[in-house]
Design a protein around this ligand. Sequence first.
Ligand code: GLA
Length: 339
Amino acid sequence: MSNDAVTVRVPGRVNLIGEWIDFSGGTVLPMPIRAEITLTRTANGTGTDVVRSAEFNSEARFDIDAPALRDWSDAIRGGLQAARAKGWISGGQDVSVRSDIPVGQGLSSSAATIVATLKASRPQSETDDVALAQAARRVENAFLGVPCGIMDQMAVAVGRRGHVLALDTRDCSFELVPLPEDWEIVVIQSGVQRELADGSYKARQLECKTAMDVLGTADLCHADPAEFAGLLDPVAKRVRHVWSEGQRSLAAIAALKARDRAAFGALMVESHQSLRDNMEVSLPVMDRMVEDALELGAVGARLTGAGFGGCIVALVAPERAGTWWAALQSRHPQIKRAD
Ligand code: GLA
């Protein structure tokens, strides 16, 4: 165990397609964005963790076993507690973070913070990023109380810029597929904040869990749709989304590898419609942004992440991106790019 300061950088992520299926056997297609968190950790030889955030302009001290408080420090402290439980570090730590990943916009600032804390804490002999992502998910589930899947942690731990991570969430096997040069991915913040720990994520997840219990499988994406006949709404609608999104994301991998931009874009549009009508996680403002993005010439557009606010993602022809963005912004002055 070394007491030297360790600095790591971990990006946020955007999901291109495969939404709300990373805890039901689906394959998802996230990729890192440019925004990232820079985190520095040093052992301080006390029984106290001291965490500092440039964005929140805040410094806070906690007993090393202090529980989650639902504030910005939770992701760091949860990561430190997991790293101590693994024997990677011991005692109190000084941690400072600087990040330009927008918070509460569905770009995985929380997953990036936990992954960064673990990466800055592990010994050099530990190189398994998949195991690290799985440990980060446990922090999210058990410490922060968010019952999320594995997509975000894997995307930020093993993703590579300019590549789409085709991730099979059943076993974390993955492929990094280069994004074709004539595909521009634009990530657009709606300005509507959302909070995964506030209950809406859990409520939708519980409905999926009900379907899993009734059907006797956690792998809804690979279940036989004939078995869905007896389900009642809203559970039936959620399963309709999950199963169809599983099919769409597999088709999207084929379209990506064939460099078929139009086919990929059409799948994004279908994904949004299902998130709106079956999963019911969109908002009127997000629907309007998607409709306008398409009307102004995007090849595909959809909400990305858990929904209830956050971002939309659009696929655009690079030569049209500048004028397209200006036109979209004139219809939605509050939006910002986050890719
Ligand atoms: C959040 C969760 C992920 C995933 C998405 C929806 O980002 O953290 O695990 O479920 O929502 O696709």
